[in-house]
Design a protein. Structure first.
Length: 278
């Protein structure tokens, strides 16, 4: 199978913690995901939520772990180029699913994404990356920004709630020898960091390391509804590692009920294999 990426794209991902990829997804995939979100909103999972506290105003919506409920999402997870792209970025022989989700910010919504890194939201460790795929053309100030190189800080930060107010869950602690710290005040100290963000056309995407800090940098309020599909996957070195009680209870309960134990490799119904080198 031919490579999809070039050496520069792979090196930028490893060096910066996030890479912009031009036109890697056919527009047919974008349309399929848009249909999937429409179906999900009409028949949401128990995990569907609005991050906007105020009622009767434009909202910031999310649902996750729905690939097995929405055929369009399942098709993308198993058949789009993403798993192969992720294998090239992470030098992986095998790629397993971690979690899918989508976000929709209605036109006029004042709610936005807090700065956070995804690794603290999941009961697993190892080499993992995230697809950020906008489903409408978007400008830099309509999306998120990534803190360049933050995946190499060798730090773990507590989880931040997306709900308005962006409460930090838990307290600084050490679990299994790993220290979890309060996340830095990125917005209050912008001058200290270098940010990565890009204008995106349909089919463009950003893929980033699970450890890379990212969030909304701009205070602009969108004048159109914006939706993004995200997909987390892992290399073959990833293992189950139950961490702080701040991780999603729904997700953890499902893992425990399915019999996943500390130290288990990813696989099975929750974390199926999406790519394996021949």
């Amino acid at each position: 199978m031919n490579n999809i990426l070039d050496e520069t794209e792979i090196n930028n991902f490893k060096k910066d913690g996030a890479v912009f990829l031009k036109g890697k997804f056919d527009v047919s995939w974008i349309k399929k995901l848009q249909i999937g979100i429409e179906k999900d909103i009409k028949n949401p999972s128990p995990r569907f939520k609005s991050h906007t506290i105020e009622k009767n105003v434009p909202a910031y919506l999310e649902d996750y772990w729905t690939w097995h409920l929405v055929p369009e999402f399942k098709d993308f997870v198993f058949n789009s180029p993403y798993a192969k792209i992720a294998s090239e970025l992470m030098s992986a022989k095998k790629i397993n699913l971690v979690m899918d989700n989508w976000f929709l910010r209605e036109s006029g919504s004042k709610s936005k994404t807090p700065f956070h890194h995804d690794v603290s939201y999941f009961d697993m460790e190892g080499t993992m990356c995230v697809l950020w795929l906008p489903l409408q053309p978007s400008k830099k100030d309509e999306g998120v920004a990534w803190v360049k190189g933050s995946h190499l800080w060798n730090k773990l930060f507590l989880r931040v709630l997306f709900k308005d107010g962006h409460k930090v869950e838990g307290k600084e602690c050490i679990i299994d020898g790993k220290k979890y710290e309060l996340p830095p005040d990125i917005l209050g100290n912008k001058e200290k960091y270098e940010f990565l963000n890009w204008d995106c056309e349909l089919g463009d995407c950003v893929i980033f390391d699970m450890r890379t800090l990212h969030g909304a940098l701009s205070t602009n309020i969108p004048d159109k509804t914006l939706s993004r599909y995200t997909l987390r996957v892992a290399k073959e070195d990833a293992k189950i590692s139950y961490i702080g009680d701040w991780t999603s209870y729904n997700y953890r309960k499902a893992m425990l009920d399915a019999g996943y134990k500390n130290g288990d490799s990813l696989g099975g119904k929750m974390f199926p294999t999406l790519f394996e080198a021949i």
